[in-house]
Write a protein that binds this ligand. Structure first.
Ligand code: F6P
Length: 320
């Protein structure tokens, strides 16, 4: 192992820079060279790279986003795209390639691993936390904290005006962010894409809360779990509550990573370099039961990470 390539792909997540820094600096301590590819798979296909040195990754630990930039690259899902990427890996003599991203990125990495001898390692970084093989992804904790601090503020208005708020958090297909933010912000109702919430149950809970003296409520809904506008109208019609919608949006993807996200990035980044120097590839690094561990890339891609439904039940009890 002499040269490692690294790219950040898919949606950005706070802590991606901390992971790049860890990879570059641990690699340097083992006399390995690291090159960074710009804009994820796009830069790999177009051979757009730059040398990353311990000094060039100075001052990025606390920065959100990714200094390597990122992109969603439909071309990479084609045979031609993969061929171009393989060509770049071989012309740059890359022995190990690290992809920092979410499960979409890892599917691309799996396709790439089947077409090249370069060792591929995935570092899970997404605010969605939907990667199988790690209890937590880089960036998730930051996004949860961003969402919770916004929901706390919205709670002030909800209480003052005796209103019901639907707060929409990110999560197109998965509800990890909605569930954790909802539980930790004391949301009265949490709606996730994985479970079809019965409208009647929502109306019942709100009416029951009102009978118990709760004059305001917060509903945390993942973006992929139905239309907020429609739900607001139905709630107004059925309960008489005054409903407002607040979409938290892309602010959840940005900002300085929390200590937790930086810690995971540092641990995952260094484990990645260890794997590569041991000659192991086609794996992802992750945290399982509190331990930094690894799993086959294929297994991670082909398995859906389960949502902890007991957390949803707990959230309901605690907010009652
Ligand atoms: O990064 C994950 C995520 O935030 C999803 O929750 C969301 O649906 C998606 O990215 C939207 O990202 P984009 O607009 O960049 O495609």
């Amino acid at each position: 192992m002499k040269k490692i390539g690294v790219a950040t792909t898919g949606g950005d997540a706070p802590g991606m820079n901390a992971a790049i820094r860890a990879i570059v600096r641990l690699a340097a301590s083992r006399n390995l060279e690291v090159v960074g590819f710009q804009r994820g798979w796009q830069g790999l296909m177009e051979n757009e790279s730059r040398l990353l040195t311990p000094r060039s990754v100075g001052g990025i630990l606390q920065l959100g986003g990714t200094i390597l930039h990122t992109a969603r690259s439909p071309e990479f899902t084609t045979k031609k795209g993969i061929r171009k990427a393989v060509q770049t890996l071989s012309s740059n003599r890359i022995d190990g390639f690290v992809v920092i991203g979410g499960n979409g990125s890892f599917s691309g990495a799996l396709d790439l691993s089947r077409a090249t001898d370069t060792l591929i390692v995935g570092v899970p970084a997404t605010i969605d936390n939907d990667v199988y093989g790690t209890d937590e992804t880089i960036g998730f904790d930051t996004a949860v904290n961003t969402a919770v601090s916004e929901i706390d503020k919205i709670r002030d208005t909800a209480i003052s005006h005796e209103r019901t708020f639907i707060v929409e958090v990110m999560g197109r297909t998965r509800g990890f962010l909605a569930l954790t933010a909802g539980l930790t912000a004391g949301a009265e109702i949490i709606i996730v894409p994985e479970i079809k919430s019965k409208r009647e149950n929502i109306f019942q809970t709100l009416k029951e809360n009102s009978r118990k003296g709760k004059k305001s409520s917060i509903i945390v809904k993942a973006e992929g779990a139905g239309d907020a506008g429609l739900l607001a109208k139905e709630i107004e019609g059925r309960t008489g509550a005054e409903v407002r919608i607040s979409v938290l949006g892309y602010a959840q993807r940005g900002g300085s990573p929390t200590a937790r996200s930086r810690l995971l990035a540092s641990l995952f980044g260094s484990k990645t370099v260890e794997l590569l120097t041991d000659g192991q590839g086609n794996r992802i690094v992750g945290l399982q039961n509190g331990q930094v561990s690894t799993l086959s890339l294929e297994k991670s891609c082909k398995t859906e990470k389960p949502l902890d439904l007991s957390m949803l039940l707990l959230a309901n009890v605690l907010a009652s």
